[in-house]
Design a protein around this ligand. Structure first.
Ligand code: HEC
Ligand code: HEC
Ligand code: HEC
Length: 129
């Protein structure tokens, strides 16, 4: 025979697990999402500066590449060279290091309700989980 008690206990646990993402985040809803950086080392510039200036650097890069064919960026903070590129594969583009766009770029942009239109043309990296 079926044991009604066990079934109900099982159901309660099941519902609890399935709905955890909903009630588990109660009280946390004001917490700013933490973008996941999956590469080690450093960014193009200092991370704190990047947080507030990455849109400007991308704008400058686009102009310099498209107008002047100038494709090399030398980091002011570290002296290292990067390709001035948002998403080119096989280069030191933003997305070659931050290929986890969903947990990185989108984590912040969803929270701040920003929707960059870049991906209408630039290829989004294949999501890595
Ligand atoms: C060579 C790999 C690499 C490249 C290229 C790169 N990043 Fe980063 N990025 C990192 C790493 C590593 C960190 C975190 C550590 C650090 O820099 O101190 C980071 C941090 C950041 C942060 C701050 C995240 C936070 O903690 O709040 C932003 C924003 C960012 N990157 C955006 C970009 C953008 C936009 C580009 C292209 C213009 C880019 N990155 C290019 C590796 C890279
Ligand atoms: C630490 C949080 C954070 C991370 C990580 C981040 N962004 Fe942003 N991004 C923002 C914020 C906030 C704005 C809006 C700034 C404003 O409106 O002044 C923004 C704006 C932008 C804009 C300008 C969009 C517009 O319509 O004005 C671009 C382009 C952009 N981000 C690209 C990227 C890319 C590409 C990545 C991943 C490599 C990334 N961002 C990662 C927070 C972040
Ligand atoms: C209408 C299509 C379109 C849109 C939308 C667009 N771009 Fe581009 N972008 C291009 C083309 C075409 C190039 C030239 C590619 C080349 O010469 O390597 C380019 C080049 C660039 C470059 C330099 C080359 C490279 O490899 O990345 C950057 C940086 C860039 N765009 C950033 C952006 C950002 C940031 C956004 C969103 C705020 C954006 N673009 C939106 C079409 C677009």
């Amino acid at each position: 025979m079926y044991d009604a008690g066990k079934i109900i206990t099982g159901l309660v646990i099941f519902v609890g697990i399935v709905t955890f993402p909903i009630w588990g985040s109660f009280g946390d809803s004001d917490v700013v999402p933490k973008p996941v950086v999956k590469v080690s080392g450093t960014c193009v510039e200092d991370a704190a500066w990047m947080r507030t200036h990455h849109m400007q650097i991308l704008d400058e890069w686009r102009d310099e590449v498209v107008r002047d064919k100038d494709r090399v960026y030398v980091s002011k903070a570290y002296g290292t060279k990067f390709d001035k590129s948002l998403s080119s594969a096989g280069k030191t583009s933003c997305m070659s290091c931050h290929s986890n766009k969903g947990e990185f770029c989108d984590a912040c942009h969803t929270y701040t309700a920003v929707t960059p239109y870049c991906w209408e043309c630039h290829i989004e990296p294949e999501e890595e989980i």
